[in-house]
Design a protein around this ligand. Structure first.
Ligand SMILES: CC(C)(COP(=O)(O)OP(=O)(O)OC[C@H]1O[C@@H](n2cnc3c(N)ncnc32)[C@H](O)[C@@H]1OP(=O)(O)O)[C@@H](O)C(=O)NCCC(=O)NCCS
Length: 174
């Protein structure tokens, strides 16, 4: 089973009993503010997301890790395929979504460092991108702390949302 431990996090595979905690995160308007069109997800949508996570792990050998701190699910950090942005495809994206109570303690960056190591050392990727809404300063800051560089500014065609695309290559992983 693919798991990673950091100082404060267990990055693990998903369990059926993660649904309640993840649904609460996905239902928080502050968490979802800069994701997609900013709308919250209902429980059925979170259940579908969990099914997509499981399919990603089984089809590609990578996906979003469940992130647990002190035995509690606080969100996810992991690898996705950014099909919503055709101009950068093929690509693999690192992303993160944490419960509001977990913000501001460096946990996203800590988890993402472990996921980048997994991406380059275990998944065999040469390049990882990350995409954020231009106003999502916290997420952009995680990208810069990881040593990622701004690849381009562009617009998501389906929504018209302006985004930053950051990238990091295997050779310059920090
Ligand atoms: C983005 C997110 C994962 C960051 O999690 P986190 O654990 O708080 O991140 P970290 O503590 O590792 O780093 C956040 C950095 O952003 C900074 N930051 C946070 N909010 C900020 C703001 N409004 N303006 C400027 N900087 C901000 C923090 O100070 C920190 O930088 P520092 O270490 O230099 O002080 C979290 O805010 C989240 O889950 N947001 C909702 C979901 C989301 O937007 N996901 C990303 C979609 S692209």
């Amino acid at each position: 089973m693919t798991e990673r431990r950091t100082d404060r996090l267990l990055l693990r595979q998903w369990r059926d009993d993660d649904l309640d905690a993840l649904a609460a995160i996905d239902a928080d308007p502050e968490v979802m503010r800069w994701i997609g069109d900013g709308s919250v997800r209902d429980r059925a949508q979170t259940l579908m997301a969990l099914a997509r996570f499981a399919a990603a792990w089984s089809n590609r050998g990578y996906g979003p890790f469940a992130a647990e701190a002190d035995g509690v699910l606080i969100g996810w950090v992991g690898l996705l395929v950014p099909t919503f942005l055709p101009e950068i495809m093929p690509a693999v994206e690192i992303g993160w979504r944490l419960a509001r109570g977990a913000w501001g303690r460096g946990l996203a960056t800590e988890g993402a460092r472990a996921v980048l190591a997994f991406a380059f050392d275990d998944a065999g990727l040469d390049r990882v991108v990350s995409v954020c809404h231009v106003e999502n300063t916290a997420s952009e800051r995680v990208m810069t702390k990881l040593g990622m560089h701004l690849d381009r500014d562009t617009v998501v065609p389906a929504s018209g949302v302006p985004v930053h695309v950051y990238a990091i290559d295997r050779a310059v992983q920090t």
